[in-house]
Design a protein around this ligand. Structure first.
Ligand SMILES: [Zn+2]
Length: 78
């Protein structure tokens, strides 16, 4: 195995995972691992710095907001 080179790549987010999580500007950004989950507040923090909300809206690390893009009409009982 080659020695780890932690100085290469984007140093914006310190992703400890292997393979690295997708960056916030990649299409599969939602595939990043959840590092903080707050179901009572309806949001989760992903490893790449994205905050993703229960309604699938997202808040990117640079402050950009992505509107909810998936149907959330889960029929709750009663
Ligand atoms: Zn990660």
């Amino acid at each position: 195995m080659e020695s780890l080179d932690r100085t290469s790549g984007s140093g914006a987010s310190a992703c400890p995972h292997e393979p690295s999580c997708p960056a916030a500007d990649e299409l599969d950004r939602e595939a990043a691992r959840t590092v903080a989950y707050h179901p009572e507040q309806g949001w989760s923090l992903l490893c790449n710095g994205i905050v993703i909300f229960d309604d699938t809206g997202e808040l990117l690390p640079d402050g950009a907001v992505i509107a909810p893009h998936r149907p959330t009409d889960r029929t709750a009982a009663a």
